[in-house]
Design a protein around this ligand. Sequence first.
Ligand SMILES: Cc1cc2nc3c(=O)[nH]c(=O)nc-3n(C[C@H](O)[C@H](O)[C@H](O)COP(=O)(O)OP(=O)(O)OC[C@H]3O[C@@H](n4cnc5c(N)ncnc54)[C@H](O)[C@@H]3O)c2cc1C
Length: 431
Amino acid sequence: MSERTSFDVLIIGAGQAGIPLAHALAKAGKRVGLTEREHLGGSCVNFGCTPTKAVISSARMVHQARRAAGFGLRIPMIEVDFPAVLERAKRILMESRDGLGAGLADSDNPKLLRGHAKIAGREGEKFCVRINDEMVTAAQLVLDTGTRSLIPPIEGLADVDFIHSENWLEKSDLPKHLAIIGGGYIGLEMGQFYRRMGSRVTIIEESDQIAGREDEDVAQALQGLLETDGVEFQLHSNVKRVASLNSGLVLTIEGSDGPHQFGATHVFVATGRQPNTDALGLETVGVRVSGSGIVEVNERLETSLQGIWAAGDIRGGPMFTHTSWDDYRVLMSQLTGDGSHTTDRIVPYAIFTDPELGRVGSTERESRTAGKRFKVGRYEMRKNGKAREQGDTAGFVFIFIQPWLRLYRAFCWICHKGIAVRLPLFYSRIG
Ligand SMILES: Cc1cc2nc3c(=O)[nH]c(=O)nc-3n(C[C@H](O)[C@H](O)[C@H](O)COP(=O)(O)OP(=O)(O)OC[C@H]3O[C@@H](n4cnc5c(N)ncnc54)[C@H](O)[C@@H]3O)c2cc1C
């Protein structure tokens, strides 16, 4: 019997945490395996952050061109070449994907193993993992398998060719009228993008506000800004059924005034993300997961089973590239360092609409609920000289301060992560 390949650490999923962790662990002297079943770079590079931000830049460009007259410029004809916009985004993502591939191509440590990895029990102290037909073992496992679109059980949806976060780059026909189900950050960013490309866009959200994690006043301001772009909204509206009719679609929507029917040419489902933990074989070793598939971890990112760790979106909490990337630093600290780096961190984030919404710290609602005392400072962008000169006067900065030390820590975190912010709609509610 041939001997099995064995690793000190096997990382399942070459996402935002997995790749830097693999390189850093190998450099620290560990024998490291990295498995990937699809494309290196995971969601962020292949269909998430990178291509969405690339097309959002095209959308901002055309938006600015349409405003040119107000700046004393004449642009006689502005034409959107939608397939070319998508092609540009694909080119940019391929540069990132290829760069990651080049870093792993001839490497024996970390060793890249292509295929779907599934845990297959234990062999003594080691964990067994099947990757396609090959069985390997590892002393420790890191799970970084990311998420996929959560598709709600809407009647008829499976029978239509709907758009979602994983396939939007392949849909090169610009929708005439796009219905987006879900008013979270993906729905809002993509809604503004398609609108600026020339689609009519209606965002359908089941709750009473978009951007559900934000304070109501902030969400309303963001909705108002998108409405000035021509994005339409239906709140309190639950899509119950989707059906084809002639060359379009009919959505049956349950709203506060009862059911109604709504016509669109295309539908984009942006109703959240689902962890890729269902086909991982976690039950063979007894790693605990929640009902929604999130892997239970402590602040050191260790799962319920010693020797198995989880990083990125599947570990619950904030689902961003920068938090996943920071998880790699937590894991380096746990696996090779003094264990002092944990997930007790302040997480800034942005919704990349134009203007963007940025936040760090808890919301006003959360702080009030927790009985915290705070001071509020609000500054309208229309009072800012640079904003007036640039013609970008929409939005506000909201600073919500409790202990100064935490505000200071938050800004240090932002600076340390090198996040460049152009956030006219920025609020910081530290609690
Ligand atoms: C449309 C969209 C836009 C986004 N925009 C932003 C943004 O602007 N800013 C931001 O911070 N975040 C953004 N995100 C979120 C960001 O993409 C994720 O938070 C981040 O990619 C999560 O990284 P991860 O390490 O958890 O997993 P991922 O990067 O998703 O990687 C997981 C990898 O594991 C692989 N895999 C899964 N199961 C297996 C298996 N069994 N065997 C082998 N391989 C496996 C997958 O193929 C994948 O490559 C966006 C997400 C989407 C969907």
